[in-house]
Design a protein around this ligand. Structure first.
Ligand SMILES: Nc1ncnc2c1ncn2[C@@H]1O[C@H](COP(=O)(O)OP(=O)(O)OP(=O)(O)O)[C@@H](O)[C@H]1O
Length: 793
């Protein structure tokens, strides 16, 4: 291990040594220098073509200031041109000047230097080729091929003769066209048949074929969104309960909504690539989009039908207003407060699905904290559970007292899915969580959260909450756009989603069930997601995008070539039910990848939803909490639990059955979670599952844990390619250690370890003995040969 670290250090040191990292200022300085130097070379070279004979004499007398050179860049110009053109590569030396100029432009404007390396590589090759080619004519015109061109040409001719040299040059030219320009005979044929346009089309066609993922090529059709009834939002009735007035029903003014103005997205400075090649690609993408339309990720399942709203049950959740109850509660509140000498100027009630909010405006001069302290007394006088006092209600200037209704009404999933708010939500991952206290549908964007922590004692609505979240996504996102990774240690809660495995689920390669119930598999999956995250970051970096949204938009606009590994990236939502159970059994092994994902995954579209029954500090550790700004709390059993999950009390005073508090880092919102029952989820998954699906669940990258492969019954066919060589090394040295293999066969630690396990399985080395090397069970190579030649070895 120590060795491995040392080795790693060595390599990082090495790579550090060779990577030339310049800051922006240094790039500008170096870039401007190279640009001007490149220009100077071009000027000097051009001038050299006319004055080289006249300037011959001064080359040997560089220090003589009496002599004047005719070159526009004087002696320097004459000398450097002589060096490059006459003594070097002839006319092809212009290539060097242009490459230096181009490098300057790239550095100065901060373009992606990956292209630059390509330009230099091909530029130098072309220069050499041209120089040798011009070498044919150097006899007459000395400047054409330069000395190198002439001599090299001469050298090749000595061995291949004139004709052979011409053929060699021709071959190199064809190779250049094929590799660099991607020209094929068919394209040339096409060009002669119908002109240049045809050639371009053929090239584009070739590229677009790769982009297209389905055999069905109808690009025009789009997937129909679910048709749902668009119900008018039912507003919570507001009732003014001012002391002297009788209760009258009043149409509530729409309660002030917090307008979340998304921060104006920073203007992305569009980098205009100076390189002609990139321009060509840009034109190509515009042309491709013109010809085929934007890339449509849903095409592979273009006939996919979203689940219909009829699959959800209507619980008839209209709010019934019990006037008597309202009047009674009002009187009790007023009386209780009067007992403590708190006079009220005004009182108003807003009836929600499960709780009614009484908003009071106390007489001037009353301290708010005094009312807040009376929470328990008011609860006692109302003899009701779940009283919460919000003093003051942010942005309203009133004090709120939430009192549960005697008859709570169910907020059906159907009503929130059908609401205009959800249907028209322009969100990446809209979640219809339920309804607020003023009976408005509450929709949030998971992509903005970007991760969610959910806690609640058993039986308070967590599983229903998770189902509501998943249902929201099923109703709004096509299978190509979102994938779920479901972890369900309880083994029963999420099993229904098995039916949509090939539509919506993601899993590790070579695993049977997509829904993960086994804790050891969770660790592999989490690590695999970390690999996926790193891969996605690499793709984003290469595409010069800051987040998945930009990346996918660019991909859809066909600006990213699938040949370079680019692909449409679906969002991945990881749902973990019973997180406490996981942390208790796997601890750090789970916490580390979760924390890593939570910290970094937001930009690349991996979002985590973690639910737990036990929101204690050893389950929701500091590092996890810090990275989950969005929290959902159902009823918990103690104030401490409430503080752990929300950093605030209140969750202990909820009434259960989907009554919940939601926060995204600022104020707490009391919501009634939408209710979706198991039969409904069953119907939805059945509806989706019975449609045409992808051949398999979405594949996550393979992850092999360091310990994997320690099982001794390793399959013979799965042996490493170097197995035999390794066995010989071990038997010859009579020392069974992985580090020996690492050194002799130049392997990484993991691979060497795996081979040792395979050797153990084959009976060549003994079992692991702590710090000692393993015992070698085969004495010499002959015995090894015999063993390995046995039929089952
Ligand atoms: N939003 C809701 N509206 C109405 N009733 C609800 C709601 N959520 C939950 N319930 C009721 O509470 C019961 C328990 O809910 P749920 O199974 O989600 O609890 P849980 O927190 O997941 O419990 P556990 O942790 O034991 O699995 C449900 O069967 C349902 O009757």
């Amino acid at each position: 291990m120590a060795k491995k670290k040392a080795k790693n250090k060595k390599t990082t040191k090495k790579s550090r040594k060779f990577s030339l990292k310049l800051n922006r200022q240094q790039k500008v300085v170096l870039g401007s220098f190279l640009m001007l130097f490149g220009l100077a070379l071009i000027v000097a070279f051009i001038s050299f073509l006319f004055n080289w004979q006249a300037d011959q004499s001064i080359l040997n007398e560089f220090s003589n200031r009496e002599l004047e050179a005719r070159n526009w860049l004087s002696k320097f110009g004459a000398s450097i041109s002589d060096f490059f053109i006459y003594k070097g590569f002839g006319l092809a030396s212009f290539s060097i000047a242009f490459l230096i100029l181009l490098s300057g432009i790239y550095l100065f404007f901060g373009f992606n230097s990956a292209n630059l390396r390509k330009f230099w590589f091909w530029g130098i090759l072309v220069m050499i080729w041209l120089s040798i080619f011009f070498g044919f004519f150097s006899g007459k015109y000395a400047l054409l091929g330069g000395r190198i061109g002439f001599e090299t040409n001469d050298f090749i001719q000595d061995y291949l003769g004139f004709f052979g040299t011409v053929l060699l040059m021709l071959f190199l030219f064809i190779a250049y066209l094929a590799i660099r320009m991607k020209v094929t005979p068919e394209m040339v044929g096409g060009y002669f048949r119908s002109g240049k346009k045809e050639l371009q089309d053929a090239m584009k066609e070739h590229q677009s074929q790769v982009a297209e993922t389905d055999e069905e090529k109808d690009w025009k059709e789009t997937v129909a969104k679910p048709v749902v009834e668009d119900k008018e939002e039912e507003k919570a009735p507001n009732i003014d309960l001012s002391e002297d007035k009788p209760i009258e029903k009043k149409v509530s003014e729409p309660s002030p909504q917090m307008e979340i103005n998304p921060a104006p997205e920073e203007d992305v400075a569009m980098e205009v690539e100076a390189a002609p090649e990139e321009e060509e690609e840009d034109n190509l993408s515009t042309k491709l989009v013109k010809d085929f339309g934007e890339f449509d990720p849903t095409l592979e399942l273009k006939n996919y039908k979203f689940p219909t709203i009829e699959l959800l049950k209507d619980y008839g959740g209209t709010i019934t207003i019990d006037q008597e109850e309202l009047e009674e509660n009002k009187n009790r509140i007023v009386e209780t407060l009067k007992n403590y000498k708190i006079e009220i100027a005004q009182i108003k009630a807003t009836v929600g699905p499960t709780v009614t909010l009484y908003e009071i405006v106390p007489e001037a001069g009353i301290r708010i904290s005094k009312i807040k302290n009376l929470e328990d007394d008011i609860a006692l006088s109302l003899s009701a559970l779940g009283i919460r006092i919000i003093a003051p209600i942010p942005g309203r200037g009133t004090i709120g007292i939430e009192v549960p209704n005697k008859n709570a009404s169910i907020v059906s999933m159907r009503s929130v899915i059908a609401s205009a708010k959800f249907q028209n939500a322009e969100m990446e991952l809209p979640l219809a969580l339920g309804k607020t206290i003023s009976n408005e549908t509450f929709v949030v964007d998971l992509a903005k959260m970007p991760h969610m922590l959910m806690a609640g004692a058993t039986g308070q609505g967590k599983s229903v909450g998770l189902n509501a979240i998943l249902t929201s996504l099923l109703y709004s996102k096509h299978p190509a756009e979102v994938k779920f990774v479901l972890v369900d240690p309880k083994k029963v809660e999420l099993t229904l989603f098995n039916k949509i495995e090939r539509h919506y689920l993601a899993k590790l390669p070579d695993t049977e069930d997509a829904i993960i119930t086994d804790n050891t598999k969770v660790i592999n999956t989490l690590n695999s997601l970390c690999i996926e995250m790193d891969d996605r970051y690499e793709l984003l970096k290469n595409a010069m995008c800051r987040n998945i949204k930009e990346y996918n938009a660019k991909f859809k606009a066909r600006k990213l070539n699938p040949n370079d590994g680019h692909k449409f990236l679906p969002y991945i939502v990881l749902v973990v039910d019973e997180f406490a159970d996981l942390i208790m059994t796997a601890g750090k092994e789970v916490e580390t990848p979760i924390a890593r994902l939570a910290q970094l995954a937001r930009a690349i579209g991996i979002h985590l939803i973690i639910a737990t029954q036990r929101p204690s500090v050893n389950v929701i550790t500091g590092i996890i909490k810090a990275n989950f700004p969005a929290r959902v709390a159902f009823r918990v059993t103690s104030k401490i639990d409430s503080r752990t999950i929300l950093d605030n009390q209140g969750a202990d005073q909820l009434i259960g059955r989907g009554d919940m508090l939601f926060t995204q880092g600022n104020e707490l919102k009391r919501l009634q979670c939408a209710f979706v029952d198991t039969p409904e989820v069953d119907k939805i998954t059945e509806f989706i599952g019975s449609q045409k699906a992808y051949p398999d669940a979405h594949q996550l990258p393979a992850y092999e844990s360091e310990e994997s492969g320690t099982g001794v019954d390793i399959d013979v066919s799965e042996r490493d390619k170097l197995f035999r060589e390794a066995a010989e090394v071990i038997v010859t040295a009579q020392q069974g250690s992985a580090s020996l293999l690492q050194r002799k066969l130049k392997l990484g630690y993991n691979r060497a370890g795996r081979i040792i396990d395979q050797l153990e399985a084959a009976g060549i080395v003994g079992p692991f003995e702590g710090s000692k090397a393993r015992q070698v069970l085969i004495t010499d190579l002959a015995a090894l040969d015999q063993l390995l030649n046995e039929p089952d070895n």
